[in-house]
Design a protein around this ligand. Sequence first.
Ligand code: 5GP
Ligand code: ZN
Length: 114
Amino acid sequence: MNSCIFCAIASGQTGAEILFEDEQCAAFRDMNPQAPTHILVIPKRHISSLNDLGQAPHTLMHHLFLTVQNLAESLGLSRTGYRVVINTGADGGQTVFHLHLHLLGGRSMQWPPG
Ligand code: 5GP
Ligand code: ZN
């Protein structure tokens, strides 16, 4: 998947600043932030979307959500709150087809989303 921008970021081929990484995942700031804090957490392994989660180890999503929770804690968002979003497919608003969790915080969110 050489053309995947998130694979390139995860493997250090771009200048993106990695906030956190381990053997399974990487976290970096969204280039077009929708909130004061807007971080993307991705698996290092290419998975196109939530639709393809069946190809991944059963522990992967737990690991990604735990990473989001740890980032929220370390960035001081746990008390005030935050939102985690996984856009999936065209109607879900997905634009990059490498699974990612958006961590949004630092402002009050609206519901329902637009
Ligand atoms: P989606 O719409 O697929 O849920 O979210 C993709 C997100 O990736 C968007 O919020 C977009 O701003 C972000 N994004 C796309 N390309 C890049 C990139 O090259 N670097 C960074 N840091 N974010 C990106
Ligand atoms: Zn990828």
